[in-house]
Design a protein around this ligand. Structure first.
Ligand SMILES: Cc1cc2nc3c(=O)[nH]c(=O)nc-3n(C[C@H](O)[C@H](O)[C@H](O)COP(=O)(O)OP(=O)(O)OC[C@H]3O[C@@H](n4cnc5c(N)ncnc54)[C@H](O)[C@@H]3O)c2cc1C
Length: 404
């Protein structure tokens, strides 16, 4: 079989479906292929925290601003993919009060709505909060359900002419005269795909896909564990108010609560060891904020791999997982090929818009990005959203308890 398209997007996580939707809304013909289930990579294995930016306010104000802006956009366009829980940054007796003050000041500087409350007021909001919670910052964190987000995004892309193939891995890219002339796609599609432009949105697999075109995309991958426990009494998202560390985020779902996470380097996103001590540490650290989760039954445990980009100058240094890099491989001698790596679930739409801008510049398409204006498919109908998740096969561990 042969398929022809203007743009081939490889990868059906949040970033790839975001690129497909953006291009489709600009009237560009686009085909997306994904190796397995939609969202089955990192997106569907994430924590589901819709960042307000507070987590990064003092360390990376630019990233905090992007999170705040996208938090607001997704509340507007993503309806039932988002649950407006609010968030608390909780400072325990042993936590540094100076860090609390610094976090608050940085939130104010970044225009993130923030309010300090004492321990007693925080416990009114979260009755099971630790006795030694001394103070907290209220911020507009929320919960995002990745399976719904990916399905609703891809459905809108398809409504605007995109074509999506799942269980369709790219097995080879064919480069000729400085261009990707086509891709061999296996699995259920089993076809040669010819495209004018190819976008590599394969998350932690970006290095492997780029290598198929003879391009080096150095990655620094880290795994993280998440544990969902049977506990339904948490209102807001909880973040520990300390320098980011293991086990400092607790995310409420409807009947469960998700505890996470860790950050340990891995080489291969398909083949990495896991460690029971990471699970135990995550539960213990989260229980320091919310002791009731210590005895709650663990319903599901899963691992995800962050798609960190590690440019030459940064190899050997500290991974900065939330940053994204848009790599135009024209500079590597392959004209019609770009990779997009890194970023957060929260900022995926922005990341996708940057990639779509690059593609449109190359193609000479003048249309502007509209993805921040129109609602995702079925955004305000949770039942229909869950039907879309089923239709597109986007059921993933991050929110399988919510997406019935
Ligand atoms: C433990 C953990 C917790 C996180 N929590 C949060 C959070 O709470 N909030 C937040 O904002 N961010 C969070 N993140 C970050 C966020 O989840 C990721 O940055 C984001 O989901 C990356 O999306 P992506 O589309 O780039 O990659 P992915 O979701 O991994 O998508 C890549 C896709 O490419 C496909 N693919 C790979 N190779 C091929 C091929 N050869 N052919 C076809 N398809 C291919 C894969 O199957 C996959 O579906 C977390 C990350 C981790 C690891």
């Amino acid at each position: 079989m042969a398929v022809e398209t203007t743009v081939l997007v490889v990868g059906g996580g949040a970033t790839g479906v975001g690129v497909a939707r953006d291009l489709a809304l600009r009237g560009v013909d686009v085909v997306l292929v994904n190796r397995g289930r939609l969202g089955g990579g990192t997106s569907g294995r994430s924590h589901g925290l819709l960042h307000s930016g507070a987590r990064y306010a003092e360390s990376d104000p630019e990233r905090a601003a992007a999170c705040l802006a996208e938090n607001r956009v997704l509340r507007d366009i993503a309806g039932g993919c988002v649950r407006d829980t609010g968030g608390l940054f909780v400072s325990l007796a042993d936590d540094d009060p100076d860090y609390f003050a610094e976090k608050r000041a940085a939130c104010e500087a970044a225009a993130i709505p923030v309010e300090s409350v004492d321990g007693e007021t925080a416990r009114e909001r979260v009755p099971d909060l630790a006795d030694d919670a001394e103070r907290a910052l209220r911020v507009p964190d929320a919960v995002v359900y990745p399976s719904r987000l990916v399905a609703a995004t891809v459905a809108d892309a398809c409504d605007h002419g995109a074509t999506v193939y799942t269980h369709a891995p790219v097995e080879a890219l064919h480069v000729s005269e400085g261009r990707v002339a086509g891709a061999t796609v296996g699995g259920d599609l089993d076809a040669q795909v010819a495209a004018d432009y190819v976008v590599n949105a394969t998350g932690p697999w970006a290095g492997s896909l780029a290598a198929m075109a003879g391009v080096d995309v150095p990655m620094r991958l880290t795994r993280g564990v998440l544990v969902s426990v049977d506990y339904d009494r948490l209102g807001p998202v909880l973040n520990r108010c300390r320098v980011p560390d293991d086990g400092d985020v607790v995310v409420p779902h409807e009947r469960e609560t998700v505890l996470g996470t860790t950050s340990v380097p891995v080489e291969d996103p398909d083949d990495y060891e896991t460690d029971q001590s990471e699970i135990d540490r995550t539960v213990e650290e989260c229980a320091a904020m919310l002791p009731a989760v210590r005895g709650a039954e663990a319903v599901r445990t899963w691992w995800g791999v962050r798609p960190g980009y590690a440019p030459e100058a940064d190899r050997g240094g500290r991974a900065v997982p939330g940053e994204f890099a848009l790599l135009d491989h024209a500079g590597d001698g392959v004209d019609n090929f770009a990779s997009i790596v890194g970023g957060d679930l929260t900022t995926h739409r922005l990341t996708a818009a940057a990639a779509a801008d690059l593609v449109c510049d190359y193609l000479g398409v003048a249309a502007d990005c509209r993805t921040d204006e129109r609602p995702l498919a079925a955004a305000d109908d949770p039942d229909r959203l869950d039907e879309l998740v089923a239709e597109f096969g986007a059921v993933n561990p991050a929110d399988v308890d919510v997406v019935h």
